[in-house]
Ligand binder design. Structure first.
Ligand code: AGP
Length: 369
């Protein structure tokens, strides 16, 4: 009913707008009073384990897998523990290499995804410690994992996952920071600044939501197309994958996410006049590299919409349109950068007359293999 949707036309739009609060709820109680430490009382590793972990396997499906890719980057950067992030339906059938010092992290909004649960159960049989990041208290993942970090996103009704993803990212950044702090790793000194930036995230997410009218106008103009591309490097590539999945899932447009440096190895053949290319440019240390990839697609007359920091005056000279988002530490960019992409998928789906919250052929929770 309209009341359940809180005045929004669809649950997805409501859930997109709930993100500032969901992020804030996920942070609550997890930062020390002086703001310098991560508090994770719910994680109760056996004595010594936190320092012994020598490998982490992150398992998930779909959007949760995309969150895991950001988690891999964050954990490796702050702790230097090698992390593999894999699709659960692949992992469960490939005899993965684990030891008593492996930690498995499963990420699942519903806590009921069959393939993710199968990976969890396989790990437990092998004696691997499992930490679940889930949104549903009392779900199978929450009950069966050794440790649980809840994302406090509240119920997510729309099949297209939005606030679950940004709260998974929030939980993963906290967990990466916690690991670094407990292990006294290289990144431990960065934790206080990361926590400050995380605390500012709800207000910044609120500002990003103000891009909605510009995104809506772009979606109206471009959603009659059959194809779209998302490009980026590093964390921007991980977010591109999520933007592309979102667009496919609810607008039914064909979209591809490409690591920007990989275009010239095949995909550039598909870039022709007026193909929409959404370019993410939030990773400062990769800025020039991404810019040269943007020039590659512009040279083929693609239409480029860039997602860039506010204050980036240079980018407008190289692209057709720019969406600016408030500048934060690039390490945390995914939490903000995904929001315009969620809005793009939403407005494209509406423009194409689709059933936004219940896209064809898909279920909210995939409890069969
Ligand atoms: C995202 O928009 C999807 N509907 C889907 O990829 C989803 O993230 C996936 O099925 C995993 O679900 P889970 O997080 O509940 O395990």
């Amino acid at each position: 009913s309209a009341a359940e949707k809180g005045g929004y036309d669809h649950f997805m739009l409501k859930e997109i707008h709930e993100q500032p609060k969901a992020i804030s709820d996920t942070l609550t109680g997890r930062i020390s009073e002086d703001g310098t430490k991560v508090v994770f009382d719910e994680v109760q590793f056996p004595a010594g384990f936190v320092k012994d972990i020598d490998r982490i396997h992150i398992l998930a499906c779909g959007t949760s897998w995309h969150a895991g890719m950001v988690g891999k980057h964050a954990i490796e950067k702050l702790t230097r523990i090698p992390v593999d992030c894999e699709i659960a339906s692949e992992y469960r059938y490939r005899d993965p290499i684990v030891s008593k010092n492996t930690l498995m992290v499963v990420i699942t909004q519903s806590g009921e995804t069959a393939d993710t649960l199968a990976a969890l159960r396989q790990a437990k049989e092998q004696g691997t410690r499992v930490l679940a990041i889930t949104n549903v208290v009392g779900s199978s993942a929450a009950r069966e994992a050794d440790d649980v970090i809840f994302t406090w996103a509240g119920p997510e009704i729309s099949v297209a996952s939005t606030k679950a993803y940004t709260t998974q990212l929030t939980a993963l950044y906290l967990f990466a920071g916690w690991l670094a702090q407990e292990r006294e790793s290289v990144g431990a000194s960065e934790v206080p600044a990361i926590l400050t930036a995380l605390r500012d995230m709800p207000a910044n997410a609120e500002k990003v939501l103000e891009t909605a009218p510009a995104i809506q106008a772009f979606a109206k103009e471009w959603s009659s197309r059959e194809h779209a591309f998302f490009i980026g490097r590093g964390l921007d590539y991980a977010v591109s994958l999520e933007g592309s999945l979102k667009l496919k899932e609810i607008s039914y447009m064909h979209a591809e996410a490409y690591a920007a440096g990989e275009l010239k190895h095949g995909t550039l053949a598909l870039i022709v006049e007026d193909i929409p290319v959404i370019a993410l440019v939030t990773q400062d240390d990769l800025y020039e590299k991404t810019l040269s990839n943007i020039q590659e697609v512009k040279a083929r007359d693609a239409f480029v919409l860039a997602l860039a920091w506010s204050g980036d005056q240079q980018i407008a000279k190289s692209v057709d349109q720019v969406i600016h988002i408030p500048k934060v530490n690039p390490f945390l960019a995914p939490i903000l950068a995904v929001i315009p992409l969620q809005l793009l998928a939403y407005y494209a789906s509406v423009a194409r007359g689709n059933d936004v919250d219940n896209p064809r052929n898909l279920a909210k929770s995939v409890t069969v293999e």
